[in-house]
Design a binder for this molecule. Structure first.
Ligand SMILES: Cc1cc2nc3c(=O)[nH]c(=O)nc-3n(C[C@H](O)[C@H](O)[C@H](O)COP(=O)(O)OP(=O)(O)OC[C@H]3O[C@@H](n4cnc5c(N)ncnc54)[C@H](O)[C@@H]3O)c2cc1C
Length: 289
């Protein structure tokens, strides 16, 4: 299918891209990897009159630890995350997530910024970013804003980004020692969107008790969901079979799945419980005490 006609511009700087967004108004959209926007244009779910391609802007593709954060540029591709030794060795939850998205062709183009800015509750990174307590940096006509990911997702395909703003960076607080996480995903076939996905990030104390637990859920609500009660329940406790079981139940109670082609709502709720158990267990196994 062929998308409707559109104007195409390729600014070389962020200020130029912001100016273009303002000039062209609401009918203009940022184009990053195009892996969500172009398919939506083909099926007429999006009809932007102008695409502002930011791929020529330098300095938006990086992965680095700096000043207490893992900082990832908005244009960083899934393939960059997959290939990064830093991500693989120090952020296994992020490595899990990137490698479970779509297929290698999509991952060569799709960006982390686009995955979050798209605001699709079926996308995988949002749950992981909720579990990690991440923030996004948005740059617009009024300057820079830092938005906690927990406040970023408003409703289906709607985020806290304002028209004129570009997501330039994702910031993940560097987890303390004795931390680890995991992302697990149930999909109908390899490369599919999640039927259910669960991200879990744990920090343990020296004596093995849970200090911090972040749990994010994919595709079981109109936004990605944070299972705050489940994380709070684990704090101060040993992460063992009994507490994991209870936390998984609490996570399932947060989910608001709908019945669709991926399965009935009851099945999805049951899968949230099972996948939460698996994600917490894998995260616990990965913590080096
Ligand atoms: C076959 C296929 C399978 C897929 N499977 C999965 C999957 O399993 N899991 C998953 O998570 N995703 C999946 N996706 C979706 C896709 O990977 C993500 O949504 C993608 O990462 C979006 O990033 P992009 O760079 O391609 O964004 P684009 O398509 O370029 O843009 C998406 C939206 O975000 C906006 N946007 C993009 N970048 C910015 C920015 N820096 N600042 C402000 N706004 C911006 C655009 O204007 C647009 O509205 C799949 C896609 C395809 C085609």
């Amino acid at each position: 299918m062929i998308p409707p006609p559109f104007e195409y511009v390729r600014p070389r700087t962020i200020p130029d891209a912001i100016a273009l967004l303002q000039q062209r108004g609401e009918s203009a959209k940022i184009l990053s990897g195009g892996q969500s926007l172009i398919p939506m244009m083909k099926i007429r779910l999006a009809k932007p009159e102008c695409l502002i391609d930011i791929n020529q802007i330098e300095g938006l593709q990086y992965i680095k630890e700096d000043n207490g954060y893992l900082k990832i540029g908005g244009l960083t591709r899934e393939a960059d995350l997959e290939a990064s030794d830093l991500v693989r060795t120090r952020y296994p939850i992020l490595f899990d997530t990137a490698t479970l998205i779509a297929d290698p062709q999509v991952r060569n183009l799709a960006t982390l910024g686009g995955n979050l800015a798209h605001g699709d509750p079926a996308n995988d990174h949002p749950a992981t970013m909720l579990a990690l307590g991440a923030e996004v940096v948005a740059v617009g006509p009024e300057g820079e804003r830092v938005i906690p990911v927990k406040d970023f997702f408003i409703s289906v395909l709607t985020t806290a980004l304002r028209h004129g703003e570009i997501l330039t960076e994702v910031r993940i607080p560097i987890p303390p020692t004795r931390s680890a996480g995991a992302y697990v995903k149930l999909e109908r076939k390899v490369g599919d969107f999640a039927t259910v996905g669960v991200a879990a990030q744990l920090t343990l104390s020296a004596d093995g008790l849970c200090q911090q637990a972040g749990i994010g859920l994919t595709n079981v609500g109109s936004t990605p969901l944070k299972a705050t009660g489940a994380g709070d329940f684990l704090r101060g406790k040993t992460v063992d079979e009994a507490t994991v079981q209870r936390a998984a139940q609490l996570a399932a109670e947060v989910a608001e799945p709908i019945s669709d082609l991926r399965g009935p709502a009851e099945y999805k709720s049951a899968m949230v419980k099972e996948l939460t158990k698996r994600a917490l267990t894998r995260a616990r196994e990965r913590v080096v005490l």
